[in-house]
Design a protein. Structure first.
Ligand code: KG4
Ligand code: ZN
Length: 377
């Protein structure tokens, strides 16, 4: 069979979104995501057991829906792909059990996929008309080696991709992930979950030069970063701005409250906007300073982005400027493929399939697949 015709049903249940996709070659025929965000908003974050229960309820209907969106039936599938890590153990388990059943019932191979490789391969995904992927923008021999910045709620990694499916982490966070830092700082300010998009919105109307925040490990001599230090500094700063603001009242006489109505810190709207802009600038510069260094060391042809924080427009703009100044290509995934989704898992599986890498074919191999919550690239 022609590689372009390989049709894969992929499943991602690594965290708080249940997702099923159908891909054919590198084309995304259907990419269905059912978000649990409303449920997790109530707990201020993801509770693993709640997430896995929701996956269990949603997975079967989502598989049906994805097949109908792609206008194919189960017998048209050539393989099943599933995220086996990294992620929340009980959540991963739901997707893996379903994927095993499908592969065994349909007598087709099962391809285990690393979620982070999916965020990287989202760059290769094309829409159903075969447009909008990295191969539509650059010639295939002008892409690799690439430097990939993977930046999400669980990970912050600078990865060297020398050839197809060869990943080497050359720098990473030593503690919190960048998205996690946005979420935790946002929670301190009562901005809800996830806070990344809310901070970005406030930052648009703020002055990023109002407050100075540190860049931990900036001069560490390696390519690692720390976001826990930034989080602590942000907390101290919010507290001190709040204490300086007179008697707990905003200048217009109101009090700053969280969306749930509880009082948080006494910051005026202007102070929140200026703080968000200053914090966002520090969070982005922290990682991009190391990305710039990595480009000087490894001299890649392309800078790629992947992971939920890529939603942030300032991050994209600054990364694009770096790539331009270093005279290398720049690409990030289509909007609907940036946050967690199964299509990126299908595209990553496609690359494994054509390289014949870790394809589980026998019943024994399929049954033996286990979740791997701490899986690394
Ligand atoms: O990749 P993703 O969907 O899930 C994980 O695998 O973690 O990333 C979610 C993360 C969250 O931490 C969220 O706050 C962050 O991406 N995020 C953003 C923005 N949109 C989402 N961070 C900063 N600015 C944004 N606009
Ligand atoms: Zn992710």
């Amino acid at each position: 069979m022609n590689n372009e015709e390989i049709t894969i049903l992929s499943i991602d249940t690594s965290c708080d979104d249940t997702s099923v996709a159908i891909t054919r070659g590198q084309k995304v025929l259907a990419n269905c995501v059912s978000s649990q965000i409303e449920m997790h908003k109530k707990t201020g974050g993801v509770v693993p057991i709640n997430a896995s229960r929701a996956h269990e309820i949603k997975l079967d209907p989502l598989i049906k829906f994805a097949l109908s969106r792609a206008k194919i039936s189960q017998k048209d599938l050539n393989a099943i792909a599933v995220t086996h890590g990294p992620g929340l153990a009980p959540a991963l388990e739901v997707g893996i059990q379903k994927a095993k059943k499908l592969a065994l019932n349909l007598h087709i191979p099962l391809i285990p996929v690393n979620h982070m490789s999916g965020h990287a391969y989202a760059n290769w995904a094309q829409n159903s008309l075969g447009k909008n992927g990295i191969l539509n923008k650059f010639k295939s021999d002008n892409i690799l080696p690439s430097l990939v910045l993977l930046i999400s709620g669980g990970h912050t990694e600078i990865v060297l991709m020398e050839s197809d499916y060869s990943f080497k982490i050359v720098g990473e966070t030593l503690d919190d992930a960048c998205g996690e830092c946005f979420d935790k700082v946002g929670r301190m300010m009562g901005l809800g979950y996830p806070a990344g998009p809310v901070i970005e919105k406030f930052a648009e109307s703020g002055d990023e030069n109002t407050y100075i925040l540190p860049h931990p490990l900036r001069n560490s001599g390696d390519l690692n970063v720390s976001y826990s230090g930034l989080k602590t500094a942000a907390f101290r700063l919010i507290k001190s701005i709040s204490e300086d603001t007179n008697s707990g009242r905003n200048s217009d006489g109101t009090k700053t409250t969280s969306p749930s109505g509880t009082e948080v810190f006494n910051l005026t709207k202007q102070q929140i906007q200026d703080f968000c802009a200053s914090f966002q600038k520090a969070a982005i510069e922290t990682i991009l300073h190391k990305v710039e260094k990595a480009i000087d060391i490894y001299k890649p042809k392309t800078l790629l982005l992947g992971g939920g924080v890529v939603k942030n427009k300032d991050l994209r703009k600054s990364a694009r400027n770096i790539a331009k100044s270093k005279h290398i290509n720049f690409h990030y995934p289509a909007e609907r493929l940036i946050m967690d989704n199964a299509a990126m898992i299908g595209i990553s599986a496609y690359h494994k399939f054509i390289l014949n890498k870790e394809i589980l074919r026998t019943e024994e191999e399929i049954q033996e697949l286990e979740r791997s919550p701490g899986l690394r690239l």
